[in-house]
Write a protein that binds this ligand. Sequence first.
Ligand SMILES: [Zn+2]
Length: 96
Amino acid sequence: MKQCKNCNVTKNSVFFGLYRDQFTNDQKVKNVCKKCIAEEAKARRTFKIPKEDFKEGEYDPDEHWFEDDPRAVRENDVGKASHAPTHLPRAWIDNA
Ligand SMILES: [Zn+2]
């Protein structure tokens, strides 16, 4: 039987985790029970920033609706990218 340092409940040592002492290399029983460790990990995982810290963005209609740049309308980007291979197959070179 062992008392948990966090919840102060006396439990069987089965409910306590084990760790390896770094100096003596002995297996020892942790002072905090598994349930307390799990609850702490869950609280860390589900932590959310309080709503007071959020800053609401202002909606600007001028930013939503805008006309395209007239130069961009006339632009012709079709086929601009070249798809020529950098490595040619051996058969292409031999037949040429
Ligand atoms: Zn506990």
